[in-house]
Design a protein around this ligand. Structure first.
Ligand code: 5RP
Length: 225
């Protein structure tokens, strides 16, 4: 296991301590969340912990179900107590970029419907300013090349996310365009502009959403509120 993976595992294991019997828990997506779901599965098996998970991707749903964690869709629950998710970059004001794993649309839907949101990250994700991690957009395939041109003209430095010469598809069968802006000076303004672009389903700026961040550091997990 790499050192970064050890830190991801550390925060994943720390996060499940916040899960109590009977909770409805949003389950994020990504390699850090994978460790958290493993630890949660262990509590379900060993302690008989009874929770309902609301997964934010087909990947997470499969992992949870394989571990014996009951899951429901976001429209099948009447509330979500706490969502635990990873992040790609977090600034000192807890504003973040998500979507490196291409799941930010479902992640944002689950997050905004959760009473509390927690991010778990290794320390490399903490940044003074957002933007050096490319900002993902989930976009409707129809007209996406025209949208791409508009993004280029707007100075967003877009790139379609590709794998093996194919467009990466999301769980909602959309494409991803990553914006290589280097620096995001005004994240509220950028978010508002992208919110109004036809063809953009959702962007990966998660602003004013998270209450708690657990950072994996050399010295152990640091819990920030
Ligand atoms: C997926 C996400 C992930 O939470 C984010 O990419 C972090 O992933 P990882 O834990 O693998 O570094 O937003 O859409």
């Amino acid at each position: 296991m790499t050192h970064q993976d050890e830190l991801k595992k550390l925060v994943g294991e720390e996060a499940v301590k916040f899960i109590k019997d009977g909770m409805v828990v949003g389950l994020g997506t990504g390699s850090t969340v994978r460790f958290m779901v493993d630890a949660l599965g262990k509590r379900v098996k060993d302690e008989g912990l009874s929770i309902v998970g609301v997964p934010t991707s087909e990947r997470t749903k499969k992992q949870a179900n394989d571990l014996g964690i009951e899951t429901k869709g976001v429209d099948e629950v009447d509330h979500i107590d706490l969502t635990i998710d990873g992040a790609d970059q977090i600034d000192p004001n807890f504003q973040g970029i998500k979507g490196g794993g291409g799941a930010h649309l479902w992640e944002k839907i689950v997050a905004i419907n959760s009473e509390k949101n927690m991010w778990i990250v290794d320390e490399s994700k903490m940044a003074d300013q957002l933007g050096s991690f490319p900002l993902p957009l989930e976009v409707i395939p129809y007209g996406s090349k025209q949208l791409f041109k508009r993004l280029e003209i707007g100075g967003y430095h877009p790139k379609f996310r590709m794998k093996n010469n194919h467009y990466v598809m999301t769980d909602s069968n959309n494409y991803i365009i990553d914006l290589h802006m280097s620096k995001i000076n005004n994240s509220q303004k950028v978010a508002a502009s992208l919110d109004h672009m036809t063809g953009v389903v959702e962007h990966g700026l998660f602003l004013d959403i998270v209450n708690t961040v657990i950072v994996g550091r050399e010295t152990g997990p640091e819990i920030l509120h």
